[in-house]
Design a binder for this molecule. Structure first.
Ligand SMILES: C[S@@+](CC[C@H](N)C(=O)[O-])C[C@H]1O[C@@H](n2cnc3c(N)ncnc32)[C@H](O)[C@@H]1O
Length: 401
C-alpha cells in the first residue's frame, strides 16, 4: 500500500511541479488577495458558521497548503500557521506570500513533507486544515486519519474534499477528453478541454480565481481525484470527532427534533437527497433557485392553510372553545392542497433532463467525432452547464477527546 501511495504521490507531484493548482494571484494583485479572503470569509464564517475569533492567536497547521493562498487568510485572521506541502516549489512561493502579506506578531513555519511521512513533529494544533488535498491521494481515508491526529482536544478540523457525486460530471469530462487525447499529452488535453468545456472553465476562473491552465491541470490532467463520502469521513475520524458543520449542508431536513437534543450526524441518513443536488444544482443553479422560489411561493398557500388549521387549537385553554366543524373543514382543505404539491418532482425535474442527456451521451460516447461531441455538448441544457458539479465539499469537525 505504501508503495502505491508513494507512486501516486510522485505522479501528482509531477503535475503540480509543472503547473501549480493553488495560485490565486494573491501575491501579484492585492484585489485578488482581498477577493480570495472575502470568499474564504463567506465560506468559513457564514456557511460553516465558524467564528473568526477562533483563529485569533491559534496554532494552525495546513496540510497540502500549496502556495499558501488559503493559509494567508487564516494568518490574517490571527493564526500562527504551519504550512505543510510535498511540493517545494509551492512552498517557495508560500514563503513569498507570507513575507508580503502576513500579520505582524505571528509565527509561521513551512515544512516540506508528505501527509504520509512521519517527518512532522508530534505537536497538536487548535485548528487543522486541509483543503483540496486528500482526494488527490491514493487513500483519502488514511490521509484523513493522519491529519486528524494533529487536532488538539477541543480543537477543530477544517476539511475540503471531493465526493464522487460532486465530481461525477468532471469525471465524465475526463472520460470524454480521454477519447480524443492521450492522458500524457498535456497540450492536447488543454486544447480539447477548452474546446469542449469552455463554459465550465471560464466560470471556474471567474469565481475560483485560478487560471484556466491551472484548473485544467488540476481537474483533467491530475492523475488522482478520488472522492470520499461523508460516511467514509465519519468512519475515518471515528468517535473522537463530532460533526460541527458542512457546506453544502449535508442535512437538508433539520426539523425532526428539538435542536437541543438532536445530534446532527443522524441526519446524514438524508445524504441521498444531497447527492442528487450535488450533481445537478451546480449545473443549473439559477434555474433551480427560481424553482425553489416558485415552490416556496406555492407553499405560502400551504403555510396559510397550516396557520388556519393550527389556529383552531392554538393557545388552547380551559376558557377556549374549539369549533370542530371548522377544524375538520380546515384540515380537509389543508390535506387536499398538500397532496397536490409534488414538491420533490417540482424541484428535481431538471434531473430527468440531466439523465436523458447523460443517457444520450453515453450511447454515443464511442461514436461521436470531436466535432459531433462539441455540437452535442453545446446542445445540452443541463449536462456540463455552469460549474458542472461540485469540486470541494467543506466540513468542520470538533475533537472531543
Ligand atoms: C489543489 S492544491 C490545494 C492547495 C491549498 N490547500 C489551497 O486551498 O489552495 C493540493 C495541494 O496538496 C499537495 N499535496 C497533495 N498530496 C499531498 C501529500 N500526500 N502530502 C502533502 N501535500 C500533498 C499538493 O502538492 C498541492 O500543493
Amino acid at each position: 500500500m505504501l508503495k502505491k501511495l508513494k507512486k501516486i504521490e510522485k505522479n501528482v507531484l509531477k503535475v503540480y511541479e509543472k503547473n501549480n493548482p493553488s495560485i490565486h494571484f494573491v501575491l501579484e494583485d492585492l484585489k485578488k488577495f482581498k477577493q480570495r479572503k472575502s470568499n474564504l470569509e463567506n465560506l468559513i464564517f457564514n456557511n460553516l458558521k465558524f467564528p473568526k475569533k477562533m483563529f485569533a492567536q491559534s496554532d494552525l497547521i495546513d496540510f497540502g497548503a500549496g502556495t499558501g493562498d488559503t493559509s494567508i487568510s487564516y494568518n490574517n485572521w490571527g493564526a500562527n500557521c504551519t504550512l505543510v506541502d510535498m511540493n517545494q516549489l509551492a512552498l517557495n512561493r508560500a514563503m513569498k506570500v507570507f513575507k508580503k502579506l502576513s500579520k505582524k506578531n505571528t509565527k509561521n513555519k513551512f515544512v516540506k513533507a508528505s501527509i504520509f511521512d512521519n517527518k512532522i513533529n508530534n505537536k497538536k494544533y487548535d485548528i487543522v486544515s486541509s483543503i483540496g488535498v486528500i482526494h488527490h491521494t491514493a487513500d483519502p481515508s488514511l490521509a484523513l486519519k493522519r491529519i486528524s491526529k494533529f487536532v488538539k482536544n477541543d480543537g477543530y478540523l477544517i476539511l475540503g474534499c471531493a465526493t464522487n457525486e460532486g465530481f461525477f460530471q468532471r469525471n465524465l469530462q475526463r472520460l470524454i477528453i480521454s477519447k480524443f487525447a492521450d492522458f500524457d499529452n498535456h497540450e492536447e488535453i488543454e486544447r480539447i478541454a477548452l474546446e469542449l468545456f469552455s463554459e465550465n472553465l471560464y466560470r471556474g476562473k471567474k469565481f475560483g480565481g485560478r487560471s484556466i491552465k491551472a484548473i485544467i491541470h488540476d481537474t483533467y490532467i491530475n492523475p488522482k481525484i478520488k472522492g470520499i463520502s461523508f460516511n467514509e469521513i465519519l468512519k475515518s475520524l471515528g468517535k473522537g470527532f463530532d460533526y460541527y458543520s458542512s457546506a453544502p449542508d449535508v442535512n437538508i431536513i433539520k426539523s425532526f427534533d428539538s435542536p437541543l437534543s438532536y445530534k446532527e450526524n443522524i441526519f446524514s441518513k438524508f445524504q441521498n437527497l444531497t447527492a442528487v443536488s450535488k450533481i445537478l444544482m451546480m449545473s443549473n443553479s439559477d434555474h433551480i433557485k427560481n424553482k425553489y422560489n416558485l415552490a416556496n411561493k406555492k407553499l405560502q398557500k400551504i403555510f396559510n392553510l397550516n396557520l388556519n388549521l393550527t389556529n383552531n387549537i392554538s393557545d388552547f385553554n380551559k376558557s377556549k372553545k374549539v369549533d370542530l366543524k371548522k377544524f375538520r373543514y380546515d384540515l380537509k382543505k389543508y390535506k387536499s392542497k398538500f397532496s397536490k404539491i409534488t414538491l420533490i418532482n417540482y424541484i428535481f425535474d431538471e434531473h430527468k433532463i440531466f439523465i436523458y442527456e447523460l443517457e444520450k451521451l453515453i450511447l454515443n460516447l464511442d461514436k461521436y467525432s470531436l466535432k459531433e461531441m462539441k455540437k452535442y455538448i453545446n446542445s445540452c441544457k443541463i449536462l456540463f452547464k455552469k460549474s458542472g458539479g461540485l469540486g470541494n465539499n467543506y466540513y468542520i469537525f470538533k475533537r472531543n477527546l
